[in-house]
Design a protein. Structure first.
Length: 124
């Protein structure tokens, strides 16, 4: 599978996982609007951080080993700060549900696992 095609599939699957979480949350969460806002925030940040990581990897390939390691470490720390700010913002804002934000951030991970499982069974 082509690289850009894989990125697009991961993003689409991430949105699909978010929709599943959103639909499920409709039945279990009292303040659905806040939950969906949190889910949208988390999913958007997760996708943006996924794209930033992909761009970082593309840039690091051209660097020497020590430079690439330092470059990727800096980018990793930036991503972690963005995740922390996102979670902190969802804790502080009463109109954004923290559970929705956390699930939204996890959507990209679920999408990657889903893509790996589907690729494995499609090859058989």
């Amino acid at each position: 599978m082509e690289y850009s095609q894989t990125k697009q599939k991961v993003i689409l699957y991430s949105l699909a996982v978010a929709m599943v979480f959103g639909g499920t949350g409709y039945f279990f969460i009292k303040d659905v609007k806040a939950y969906w806002l949190g889910l949208a925030l988390g999913t958007a940040v997760g996708i943006l951080m996924f794209l930033q990581m992909a761009k970082s990897i593309e840039s690091a390939v051209a660097l020497e080993s020590a430079q690439a390691q330092m470059f990727m470490t800096k980018r990793y720390l930036i991503r972690m700060v963005v995740y922390l700010v996102t979670v902190f913002a969802s804790i502080r804002a009463e109109h954004i549900n923290m559970l929705g934000t956390l699930l939204g951030l996890l959507c990209i991970k679920g999408a990657v696992i889903l893509l790996a499982v589907l690729n494995k069974y499609q090859k058989k």
